[in-house]
Write a protein that binds this ligand. Structure first.
Ligand code: LLP
Length: 433
């Protein structure tokens, strides 16, 4: 096993993903290619669902935060696994609808839903809007009235938690583009306005503290702050909050330095805070919604590349260049995210080198990692980067006019193309002049 149960080495010394030979997959589908082990995603959905129901009650619902990995087929998997989904744009909504995802289980997020987004979401009958701020509340209320409907909403509240994660992916502190803060008094104000607003059914509250978080404290602190706020609302507004969405953000093991997280145990610990407070304070237990993205899909993925030039600069370093890079995985360039790489066709050999894995873009920051432990690499080898299921394909670009790789789903010894490789024709499809 390498990092996670579904990454292994076979008798040929090749990396296997969900039991399938990565070198054979690279041969069949070309490189670069995203490989996703569907069984891992399904097992993670079940683990979240079972734990949510066990610890929060039968009506608890985990949503898949689909920004982590978005294509039509993933919404079908989420639907089959009884999940709800979090969408953040018209494009995600469109894709979910194309997959036939039940609209009442869609939560529509985003700090700046355009008027068109609001209309599109109402057209498809999105179950719940997560309203970010006062301005948006007015816009949603106005459109709902125009249509003569009542739109169910949650309000995104900023609990004032600053988890220890990269600044760009931390979202729960007061000074944030997301949500309305309790600390400034504005959260109570927006709650009152939402209760009074025409065309609006205020079902509950939402918070999300950040992403790739390993400690349980930011989550349990946020949960504690949110249930206290629910108690304040009950007292001050004589209004019962029926639903509490605690967001996503649990971390994932990318390298052997990251510890493994027991998601069910984390959910149990967060539930203890919520149920304990509600019991003690005579508050009816709200329906709890969880919203994981990364922890459902990251570990399921690996990206396969072909090694090109290998260049050693004496006294400096060795660059191992691959046929992909920041266009298919911008996370090292953006956040210095650490990954585990190996040579898939030499997986049983020792990692004897420390190298920089470089992409093929005209940009020195186009790296997948520095100081990465790797087997001795040479032109033609297949390099695998593990745990790329989240925020890789969904953040991919066409920088340097490089076509995006395909997404291949593997399951029970079978590999299926879920998203085909982009062609040069695809790249020029919208060029009018
Ligand atoms: N809910 C909300 C409102 C969110 O903003 C996010 C992530 C999630 C749920 C899911 O969080 P997760 O369970 O995946 O941590 N591009 C960055 C991650 C940005 C996360 C944005 N929001 C990265 O590559 O690390």
């Amino acid at each position: 096993m390498i990092l996670h149960d579904h990454f292994n080495v076979n008798e040929k010394g090749h990396l296997t993903i969900g039991g399938m030979d990565a070198v054979e997959l690279a041969k069949e589908f070309g490189t670069p290619t995203y490989i996703i082990d569907e069984n891992v995603i399904r097992a993670n959905c079940r683990a979240y669902r079972n734990a949510a129901i066990k610890y929060f009650g039968a009506d608890a619902l985990p949503l898949y935060a689909s920004k982590a990995l978005c294509f039509t087929g993933i919404y079908k998997i989420a639907a089959e696994e009884g999940m709800g989904i979090d969408c953040v744009s018209g494009g995600e909504l469109y894709t979910a609808k194309r997959a036939g995802f039940p609209a009442e289980r869609i939560y529509f997020h985003g700090n700046n839903k355009t008027d068109r987004d609001i209309c599109d979401a109402m057209d498809i009958g999105v179950g719940t809007f997560v309203v970010d701020n006062f301005d948006e509340l007015c816009a949603v209320s106005a459109e709902a009235q125009r249509r003569g409907i009542t739109q169910r909403i949650l309000l995104r509240i900023t609990p004032g938690i600053d988890p220890h994660t990269h600044k760009a992916i931390s979202t729960g502190s007061v000074d944030s583009k997301f949500g309305t803060a309790i600390e400034t008094g504005q959260a109570m104000e927006i709650v009152k306005k939402a209760i009074a607003a025409e065309g609006i059914d205020l079902a509950g509250l939402h918070c999300h503290v950040g992403s790739q978080i390993f400690d349980i404290e930011p989550f349990s602190d946020a949960a504690d702050i949110m249930v206290r706020f629910i108690a304040d609302i009950k007292r001050e507004c004589v209004y019962e909050i029926r639903e509490l969405n605690l967001g996503g953000g649990l971390g994932v093991r990318y390298t052997e330095y990251d510890r493994e997280i027991d998601y069910a145990a984390s959910i149990r610990d967060i539930a203890a805070v919520v149920t304990g407070f509600c019991k003690k304070n005579g508050i009816r237990m709200p329906r709890v919604i969880l919203e994981p993205g990364r922890s459902l899909v990251a570990a399921a993925g690996a990206t396969l590349y072909t090694v090109g030039s290998v260049k050693t600069i004496p006294d400096f370093r060795t660059y191992v260049s691959i046929d992909g890079g920041m266009p298919d995985n911008p996370r090292y360039a953006l956040y210095q995210s650490q990954y585990t790489a190996l040579i898939a066709n030499k997986a049983s050999e020792p990692k004897s080198k420390r190298v920089t894995v470089a992409g093929r873009c005209c940009e020195s920051g186009d790296l997948i990692g520095e100081n990465m432990e790797l087997q001795a690499a040479e032109r033609g080898d297949i390099l695998a980067v593990l745990v790329t299921g989240a925020y890789n394909y969904s953040m991919a670009s066409n920088y340097n006019r490089i076509p995006r790789p395909p997404v291949i789903l593997v399951k029970d010894g079978e590999a299926r193309v879920a998203v085909r490789r982009e062609t040069y024709e695809d790249l020029t499809r919208n060029d009018v002049l």
